[in-house]
Design a binder for this molecule. Sequence first.
Ligand SMILES: NC(=O)c1ccc[n+]([C@@H]2O[C@H](COP(=O)([O-])OP(=O)(O)OC[C@H]3O[C@@H](n4cnc5c(N)ncnc54)[C@H](OP(=O)(O)O)[C@@H]3O)[C@@H](O)[C@H]2O)c1
Length: 508
Amino acid sequence: MSSRPRHDSVDKTVLSLIKEDLDFDGVGASHVFVILGASGDLAKKKIYPTLWWLYKDGLLPAKTTFIGYARSKLTMEDIKKKTLPYMKHLEIKHSLLILKVKEGDEQKVEAFFKANEYVAGSYDQTKDFSNLNKQIEQKGDSNRLFYLALPPSVFETVTLNLKAVCMAKGDKWTRVIIEKPFGKDLESSTKLSSHLESLFKEEQIYRIDHYLGKEMVQNLMVLRFANKIFSPIWNRENIASVVISFKEPFGTQGRGGYFDEFGIIRDVMQNHLLQILTLVAMEKPASTNAEDIRNEKVKVLKCIQPIEMENVVLGQYVGNPEGEGEEKEGYLDDPTVPKVKLIVLLSTIDIVILISQCRYVHVCSFSNISVFLALNERKAEVRIQFKDVAGDIFPDGAVKRNELVIRVQPNEAVYLKMMTKSPGMSFNSEETELDLSYGSRYKGMKLPDAYERLILDVFYGSQIHFVRSDELYEAWRIFTPLLHKIESEKPKPIPYVYGRTGMDKNKE
Ligand SMILES: NC(=O)c1ccc[n+]([C@@H]2O[C@H](COP(=O)([O-])OP(=O)(O)OC[C@H]3O[C@@H](n4cnc5c(N)ncnc54)[C@H](OP(=O)(O)O)[C@@H]3O)[C@@H](O)[C@H]2O)c1
């Protein structure tokens, strides 16, 4: 996960628009946000900094306090020390990039930490949760948000204890935020879902897939359903293929153990990329209500058959002898990859997904999703390629297919590759772009980070950008047979060199 420091606060126009939307019943009520696993990596790099940005930008309900909870005997000063480096801005001083709290924000930072408390306790003893509850009760009647920044192994005992002694009372609500992985396959995920369903209502559970908080992922619905030009051509008669890809310019970075256990399918495909696919393929929802949107996403997933091995290409990066530093090392050279299981490698995967929904049936390789580590660039994008112009009157090969590209990261952009006359005396055609690059169209505008949007959504009770349990079920149904097959048969992956543009699929 990226934990790069932000350059500045969210743009003022964006802020005022967000603030206008934030008028909800109970905004004046007291809120307590509890971070379970407050001593951990996610809390330090993402949750505390995100709460700080929201606090600093005045987006949280006024009476909000924060309580960190974990087993470690820590003080708030310890937590502050750990997380402060991730709360700073990048500033340029004497041509040097430096990290610092923005001038004028020092007092606000102090106020933020004053609104924070820390409680140490176990994850399985009810008396410790009663202690946490006492601390929450000191804030008076409050709405309660619990963020489980914890390993999945303790989800069960923690949620049981929350339900037993930490729920809000009277007219106040309780919401629980959980992070992926939501299980390891269909069976474990269903078990977790059943457990959560036995304790909480679906509207109390917020499953975070941070891709749903990204600007361009959220833009997909607007592009598709607020533009007349796209709706008549968004079907099998006009679309040749949809390609969703994710590339990183680095390898496992010492997280080989994690990759070997969870793999890239679970880490990126089954969640982030499949979410993008459903937004690209779904029918227009009846409204922008969370349930209407999620109903349409589930319908797409139900039309996808479990992925067959014959539609999959597995790859594994090898060191580049001409590269520098980490580039010289392949996946197998990472000492954190367990040597006993060296063959189960999912550093790259390329999958063709077939959707049997009538809008797309027979669209040749409707969707291809691929994930690469250790390539030459960092990129996540969607490419929708349209079919050839019928009855082409131009010389053979002169006209290229139209392509709509939605770049999720880096440098958010939407552009349409299209043909135009070459300027000047010539009557030749050439390919060009209708280009909406956010960097130039919305110059200087700072977009909120995905976690900021999502945590704010939880405060304000919007589940549009969270994963519902039936979506999760379908996503695992699609990928589980493939995962089990890879794990049992250990197919040999195709090697590709660190830092190259991709791999040759025909190479054995
Ligand atoms: N880090 C990320 O960038 C990231 C990104 C996406 C999703 N996630 C998910 O978010 C959750 C938290 O991630 P994290 O990286 O913050 O995890 P972490 O640092 O390994 O764990 C968080 C805290 O949980 C406690 N803990 C760790 N291992 C434990 C164990 N075996 N049994 C009981 N308690 C244990 C520790 O606190 P105490 O010992 O003080 O109790 C630790 O500080 C995980 O589910 C992870 O998969 C993380």
